[in-house]
Design a protein around this ligand. Structure first.
Ligand code: PLP
Length: 410
């Protein structure tokens, strides 16, 4: 697909995704699980294929042509991502995804700094990837974790959040967009408040980067983590953006090749900047694919994608509200196209299993957000999450399937 005009032909965009043409249990696939992982367009699949067919070599270590091409593909993914996020490439650590990115901050920034008496503030709506690393840090340092709560619509209670930002707090780590509720947090305002109080901020951008224009420089955070597989890119790719002052002050987290200037048995001089955190052979083919994914999303335009997904969300929410006994979890004023729900009398897993037989892929479970489930007093919810390649017809077919399945379970 080439440059996309303003009046995007969404049917043509959808046709770029080979998997969306398949059938499941004899029914056309309705893939409503993009918050889990996004589907990949032909351009991304082709970039990975092309890497192995034509360019396969390791990065940085070889002077031969293939080695230079592989290095060029890997580095161009960094510069494309940097442009996409509006940050400097020399502040962007390429890694396997958000989980690694947050652990890198936990082990390399927090662990050497935090001590007993310090505090870390998280929110009720965090993914386990933005909870467990901080618990490990807290256990080792004696720091404590405090939690910002949500209101009945699934929005952060900002007054309560700001009341937690006391002088002991060294880090505020929160998600940009909730993977369960769809809530879009006002991260710019929150980071401004944290900064006023000298508190370092980390934003988990896993569910934001695929769905809306991002300007990390404008957000004003200290760390921002993304994961490539939710951005129409390959699994095992992602990045951590960190302010250069932090990167320069952080010791390496994992040691090995690629991250050094010189190694002697007496000691090692580490590479500067992001490379100090990129030990070992990276997922080069994956980053070739992520570069293609960034090109693809950029050609579509993130504002365009956001508008499309908001239109889908609006139709989807209206339709779900007509289903008797259906409860939606999360109705924030600013919300991404993620809808968690339950139907009275039906277990989430039963609903998802029966929907699968109708060709519909949604997620059921705790969505790696146990504390949020505890808040709502439920063990699990169903979660339908949409992306720009979904259609209004799929929404109608989904509601028909849900109505049928609901009757079976009633
Ligand atoms: N944070 C959020 C909000 C997520 O939705 C996810 C994935 O579901 C993650 C973190 C973890 O991402 P990954 O497993 O790609 O590292």
């Amino acid at each position: 697909m080439n440059a996309v005009p303003n009046s995007t032909d969404w049917a043509a965009v959808r046709a770029d995704f080979p998997v969306l043409t398949r059938e499941v249990h004899g029914k056309p696939l309705i893939y409503f699980d993009s918050a889990n992982t996004g589907q990949k367009p032909e351009a991304v699949i082709a970039a990975v294929d092309d890497f192995y067919r034509r360019h396969n070599a390791n990065v940085s270590r070889a002077v031969h042509a293939l080695g230079s091409e592989a290095t060029e593909l890997y580095e161009s993914a960094r510069s494309k991502l940097a442009r996409f996020l509006n940050v400097r490439g020399d502040e962007l650590v390429l890694c396997s995804g958000t989980t690694f990115a947050i652990n890198l901050v936990a082990y390399s920034w927090a662990l050497p700094r935090l001590k007993a008496g310090d505090a870390i503030v998280l929110t009720r709506m965090e993914h386990h990837a933005n909870i467990v690393p901080w618990q490990l840090v807290a256990q080792r340092t004696g720091a404590v974790i405090k939690v910002a709560e949500i209101d009945e619509r699934g929005q952060l209670d900002l007054d309560q959040l700001y009341s937690l930002l006391t002088p002991e707090v060294k880090l505020l780590a929160l998600t940009h967009v909730s993977n369960v509720l769809g809530t879009v947090n006002p991260v710019r305002e929150i980071c401004r408040e944290a900064r006023k109080r000298g508190i370092v901020t980390l934003i988990d951008g896993s569910q934001a980067a695929p769905h809306r224009p991002l300007d990390i420089a404008a957000i004003g955070c200290d760390f921002y983590a993304i994961t490539g597989h939710k951005m129409s890119g390959p699994t095992g790719t992602g990045a951590l953006w960190a302010r250069r002052e932090h990167l320069d002050a952080m010791p390496p987290f994992i040691g090995g090749g690629e991250m050094i200037k010189e190694v002697r048995f007496e000691g090692t001089v580490f590479a500067d900047g992001p490379r100090r955190f990129e030990a070992g052979t990276p997922n080069i083919a994956g980053f070739a694919g992520l570069g293609a994914a960034v090109d693809y999303l950029s050609a579509l335009g993130m504002a365009n994608i956001e508008a499309r997904e908001q239109a889908l969300l609006s139709r989807f929410t209206d339709a779900l509200k007509q289903v008797p006994g259906l409860r939606i979890f999360g109705e924030a004023a600013d919300k991404a196209a993620v809808v968690s729900f339950l139907i009275e009398g039906a277990h989430a897993h039963d609903l998802a299993t029966l929907l699968d037989l109708e060709g519909v892929a949604i997620r059921s479970g705790h969505h790696c957000a146990h504390p949020l489930m505890q808040h709502f007093g439920v063990p699990a919810t169903c979660r339908a999450s949409l992306a720009y390649y979904n259609t209004f017809e799929e929404i109608d077919a989904f509601v028909t399937a849900l109505t049928k399945v609901r009757k079976l379970l009633a």
